[in-house]
Ligand binder design. Sequence first.
Ligand code: FUL
Length: 498
Amino acid sequence: MLATAMNPFLSIRFIVAVIGVAFVFRPNPASAVPPPAPLPPVPSANQLAWQENELTLFTHFGMNTFTGRGIGLGTEDPNLFYPTNLDCRQWVRVAKECGFKGIILTAKHHDGFCLWPTATTRHSVASSRWEDGRGDVVRDLTEACKAGGIKLGIYCSPYDRSVTNYDTDRPAYSRYYRQQLSELLSHYGPVFEMWFDGNKANVADWGKVIALVRKLQPRAVVKQGPVLHPVREDIRWVGNEMARAPLENWSVYPAPDSLAAGNQSAKPIWFPLECDTMMNGHWFWDTNPPRSLATLLNYYYTSVGRNSEFLLNVAPDPDGRFSPACVERLREFHRALQRIFGNDYARGRKTRASNVRGNDPAFGPENAVDGNPKTYWAADDGVTNAWLEVDLGGEKTFNVIGTGEEIALGQRVEKYKVEAFMAGHWEPICAGTTIGYRKLDRFPKVIASRVRLTILASRACPAINLFGVYLDTVSPPESFETANALKDAPRRARRRAG
Ligand code: FUL
């Protein structure tokens, strides 16, 4: 947010964030002590709502669906685009049934073919025989989302192989691109996420591109495309296409430890990670079978379970529908998540803690096991080492621990460990550095009647809204082995965002 002082637009965002924070922290009249002060940077209201989505579907659909290419040429005959049974309502129904909160559509991919009847080019659905040139996929999906109660996101590729001036007249291309964005962001409905891609992005006037999104869709979060500084976007790409966030994952950017290491160049911003991957191994439709349930669950653990959002691509087939095999896999995935996380052995159980803020029950440890993400256990100011214990009410078998921070107060925890009381001793079962919105730790099954979370280091007093204890009998046993459960993200992210 270095540009805040110069850019009135970012100042408005700052004010909105402050209002959002004030709303979240309205004092609890029953509480005798004030809540912990937010530790900057904190998420904006849009970023907070986005993080709570947890699961979003990605749909790559377009010319490539019919040609089998991953990246189209830009010279394809528009008539090739001919879905025989386009059914955006089916996409939405499946998304909703399976717990996904939004769908992001490739309104334009790198081939430049537009799925809406744009005034900017003839390379669009309007030139195709599909619905006699009167079709509009963006409109159909917008209406389906509205009817189905799912949020709509838009991907409009900055890279465009259909225009001849793409590299030769960058300012002209930038105007063309902004015109396309104006159409997409003003002719349809609310957009919750504007998804930019970094691949060969033409970055002329990128500041104007972002400003346009802010103006037309102030409630949208913007996913980073080309990596430019200062950062103006809200969401960061994970750096791989395997839905694997790093084990240590700060939504604070640059990460606090990198600041300590001398990277003082930028004021930290809230910049959470999004993890994208595909159901079938390609972004557009292909005949590969969907990924296994075990793989999808592993993606969930390494994305949502590592303080990120999971963006799963399900590509419609040339008919314009999700295939039965994909639908079935999504349903299995949903059922598995319900089975694993629908039963929390800690929920509503007796708790105690080494420190409770002001000894006030409004910040008591029971708030971490009440199933309500709005309440949290907090310690006194200055207390950055504290424990919380749960009595499970008898011996329980479990292999997953879930923790969560009240991220509206900023991301605080730097180091923690979890122990279980077994055979008269506290035994370590898992440990980590960051927690953030959600952390899921897997380990081989243990049987215990009490579990203890110890915060070992924190940037400020901890504020924990979740301490959950689960048994996953769906994932294969090997995914609980340390080498797999703690597999980190590749160290070097690709330079472009994608
Ligand atoms: C990448 C693109 O090049 C791929 O085609 C795909 O759209 C993916 C989500 O982002 O950068």
